[in-house]
Design a binder for this molecule. Structure first.
Ligand SMILES: Cc1cc2nc3c(=O)[nH]c(=O)nc-3n(C[C@H](O)[C@H](O)[C@H](O)COP(=O)(O)OP(=O)(O)OC[C@H]3O[C@@H](n4cnc5c(N)ncnc54)[C@H](O)[C@@H]3O)c2cc1C
Length: 402
């Protein structure tokens, strides 16, 4: 029986350790005093752990073919079945999976009990700071001088996002020590920062919008959903979903901006729709015609930027003013100077390239006996349960193949 050390007791490491413990002696190591600390924060404390439309197209990665192999139908079904057999009963809302309890802590508790009742030796407060391979045997050393010898290692130490949960980027350092390269690691699923002058005026507004990302004038990516307008820029799910791409453009020193469409669902555009609305409300001022559509603070930002008065009447506005107002509402331009930092990011984009991994086993192509799983890899998904799902599936494969 060989000894397998799993570095990191997060979503990926827990599943990997539980699976591996059926065949091997397993030592699970984590710098924290308990497992699954980040899981508690997920889905606003509800843990959105899966999605019914899982597929490689929902992720950013360096190697889409490898990701397709990892996210095969068989792997997806087997891992979901495994989670259910561990005791996680889902509540599925529009394809988003949560525990029926609506309580992330219940998932962590299930994992903790499974670890406690297994043969796994769980060493807490064991922060791995060094890894060496001496003639086929790995030696892991902690920051307090303790060591663990093992035949195989699974690195599941997460990324640099939300470092207070224990994932502070040291997984990348360990992977690098074993010969892996690291694709530039940047914050993702986070807000975008702007230096726009009116930000204080629209602070704390939530509404629906389509946000389109442009770099050096070229379209990059867009997403539709709830946007949050903040004193530093924009946030909310549709912003999160383009933030990793924005971070990459900013790193390349490209000029980044977003265009926001605040009425994204209109078939023929705002001009056509609002003109028809104002045929009925012909004597309404702009304020009266717009006040049930937009938050007052946002409406006044639109009017100010378009250079029209709240007391103006649409049908009497000159054509160029009408066009400017519509453009302001449908193509609101915002220069982006950065993303929020790692502390505020849900995940990282970048990491250990998937092309350096065997996608059928999660074993390293560089270091035999070394496996990698979860967010330490260059895979980051949209909001909606995709990141935990990838962590679980890659951990499931690594733990089963080690
Ligand atoms: C606020 C927030 C909300 C989120 N919401 C969702 C959501 O609803 N749905 C979703 O799918 N995803 C969500 N995510 C993302 C998701 O939590 C992560 O993608 C996922 O937890 C990654 O799992 P992992 O096991 O790879 O890494 P982690 O969960 O980060 O676990 C890594 C573990 O390794 C340990 N570790 C790190 N370095 C070392 C070391 N050197 N030695 C020993 N131990 C080490 C850490 O202490 C940690 O316990 C959210 C993230 C955040 C921050």
């Amino acid at each position: 029986m060989s000894t397998v050390a799993v570095v990191g007791a997060g979503a990926a490491g827990i599943v990997a350790a539980l699976k591996a413990s059926k065949k091997h002696r397993v030592v699970l190591l984590d710098g924290n005093d308990k497992c699954g600390k980040k899981i508690l924060l997920t889905g606003n404390g509800r843990c959105n752990y899966w999605n019914s439309v899982l597929g490689a197209h929902m992720y950013e990665t360096d190697n889409i073919e490898h990701l397709e192999t990892i996210l095969s139908k068989d792997n997806i079904e087997a891992c979901l079945d495994y989670l259910e057999k561990l005791g996680i009963y889902p509540k599925i809302k529009n394809g988003y999976y949560y525990p029926y309890s609506n309580h992330a802590a219940s998932i962590r508790e299930i994992f903790q009990k499974k670890i406690d009742n297994s043969s796994i030796e769980f060493k807490t407060n064991f922060k791995v700071k060094d890894i060496n391979n001496r003639s086929g045997e790995f030696l892991l050393a902690s920051d307090s001088g303790k060591t663990v010898k093992c035949d195989k290692v699974i690195i599941a130490a997460g990324s640099k996002a939300a470092p207070k949960t224990g994932s502070d980027g040291s997984g990348y350092m360990l992977a690098k020590k074993t010969g892996h390269s690291i694709n530039s690691v940047l914050p993702s699923l986070t807000g975008l920062v702007s230096l726009g002058k009116f930000l204080k005026e629209w602070e704390k507004i939530r509404c629906d919008a389509k946000v389109s990302l442009f770099a050096n004038g070229s379209f990059v990516k867009e997403d539709t959903g709830e946007i949050q307008l903040t004193s530093t820029g924009i946030s909310g799910i549709c912003t999160f979903n383009i933030s990793g791409a924005a971070a990459k453009c900013i790193e390349r020193k490209e000029k980044v901006m977003v265009k926001i469409n605040f009425m994204p669902h209109l078939e023929n555009g705002f001009y056509d729709w609002f003109s028809k609305r104002c045929e009925i409300l012909s004597e309404y001022t702009l304020e009266e015609a717009l006040e049930s559509i937009f938050n007052y603070k946002l409406m006044f930002v639109f009017l100010k930027i378009a250079g029209v008065s709240k007391d103006d009447i649409w049908n009497r506005l000159p054509e160029n003013k009408k066009q400017t107002l519509c453009r302001t509402i449908e193509e609101f331009s915002l220069d982006i100077s950065g993303t929020e930092n790692f502390e505020r990011a849900q995940v990282c984009t970048g990491g250990v390239p998937l092309s350096e991994i065997n996608p059928y086993t999660m074993e390293s192509n560089i270091e035999k006996g070394l496996y990698l799983a979860g967010e330490v890899l260059d895979v980051d998904g949209r909001c909606g349960g995709y990141n935990l799902a990838f962590a679980f599936i890659s951990g499931y494969i690594a733990g089963g193949c080690v």
